[in-house]
Design a protein around this ligand. Structure first.
Ligand code: NAD
Ligand code: UDP
Length: 317
């Protein structure tokens, strides 16, 4: 049996990844300090013999006694609200956390996978974004803490790959949504979902003309698993190319849920990227991967989840 260690495994994506790795027959060690994740995301795995949880901040060096075959580094605040509230932690987990995770990988002679992001392209001047694009990032703007942490992390991964000969993978994740996002994490899918379900106004930032392309979590995890098992060391975009403006997305959700909520406009956050769409040519070619879950199916499952969480919190009207 092989063992995979997932940092940030109690988060939205990390918990789905732990489940997938277990389903593929790997033993899983999950490390998290619950900075932005939650115990409830992994509660159902805690009793399993092939699952071990370690509560730890990965910016502080760590060791595990057992053999490890794969290290997947997912720890990092990921929502703009989170990383604006936690700027130093975000920079530390992208730099020190990545260094510690790579150090462990080297000792264990394991394979490493970094959860990077479309934010390495910043406010892109090329559209859609291929992996060869170097990006347009403001290093000293408020989002710089996240973007530069991930860019540094990618550079560190490539240095370990080139200098130490480590087997490494880099996934550049584009906006992904699904069950287990925090309803109040500020990202657009949880924000709009909570607003339609509680009949509050939908808060569109700016004039809503900025675009995003939303990928359902199951599709993303499939792409990441294929990348992990491939021999591709180059960064690889995984995301859904189905692009829409945020205003179109708001209107679509209102129609889908038959909601009476109105749309209100709020200021656009500083450096909010105007467009974002993954070029997934490489993932198609090298991993035989492309997204399969239609938007409305993914949104249906996500809304069911938020309905459940909001009713537990007695926030549903
Ligand atoms: P999340 O906030 O739900 O998960 C992050 C997890 O990391 C949380 O459980 C948090 O407690 C943990 N964590 C943070 N700092 C830590 C530390 N120092 N030590 C240990 N654990 C720590 O966010 P997510 O959406 O699941 O994102 C997971 C990863 O994927 C992140 O690295 C993020 O940058 C990347 N990513 C996500 C998206 C997306 O659309 N969801 C897009 C691009 C990149
Ligand atoms: N957004 C919005 N209303 C909200 C939350 C977000 O209009 O309540 C916009 C945000 O300005 C951005 C897009 O939705 O243009 C996606 O934001 P998110 O925070 O989900 O992730 P990002 O892609 O910016 O990292």
């Amino acid at each position: 049996m092989t063992t995979a260690l997932v940092t940030g495994g109690a988060g939205f994506l990390g918990s789905h990844l732990c489940e997938r790795l277990l389903a593929e027959g790997h033993r899983v060690i999950c490390i998290d300090n619950f900075l932005t994740g939650a115990r409830r995301n992994i509660e159902h795995l805690m009793e399993r013999e092939d699952f071990r949880f370690i509560e730890h901040d990965v910016t502080i060096p760590f060791e595990v006694e057992e053999d490890v075959d794969y290290v997947l580094h997912f720890a990092s605040p990921a929502s703009p609200i989170d990383y604006l509230e936690l700027p130093i932690q975000t920079l530390k987990v992208g730099s020190l956390g990545t260094h510690n995770a790579l150090g462990l990988t080297k000792v264990k002679k394991a394979r490493f996978l970094l959860a990077s992001t479309s934010e390495v392209y910043g406010d892109p001047l090329i559209h859609p974004q291929p992996e060869t694009y170097w990006g347009n990032v403001n290093p000293v703007g408020p989002r710089g803490v996240y973007d530069e942490a991930k860019r540094f992390a990618e550079a560190m991964v490539m240095a370990y790959h080139r200098y130490h000969g480590l087997e490494t993978r880099i996934v550049r994740i584009f906006n992904t949504y699904g069950p287990r996002m925090r309803p109040n994490d500020g990202r657009v899918v949880p924000a709009f979902s909570q607003q339609v379900l509680t009949h509050e106004s939908l808060t569109v930032f700016g004039d809503g003309s900025q675009t995003r392309s939303f990928c359902y979590v199951d599709d993303l995890i499939e792409g990441i698993y294929r990348l992990l098992m491939s021999d591709r060391a180059e960064p690889t975009n995984i995301g859904n190319p189905h692009e829409m403006t945020i205003l179109q997305f708001a209107k679509h959700l209102l129609k889908l849920t038959d909601s009476q909520s109105e749309i209100i406009y709020k200021p656009l956050p500083v450096d909010d990227p105007k467009t974002r769409q993954p070029d997934i040519t490489q993932a198609k070619k090298h991993l035989g991967w492309e997204p399969r879950v239609p938007l409305d199916e993914g949104l249906g499952k996500t809304l069911d989840y938020f309905r459940q969480v909001l009713s537990e919190q007695q926030k549903l009207p």
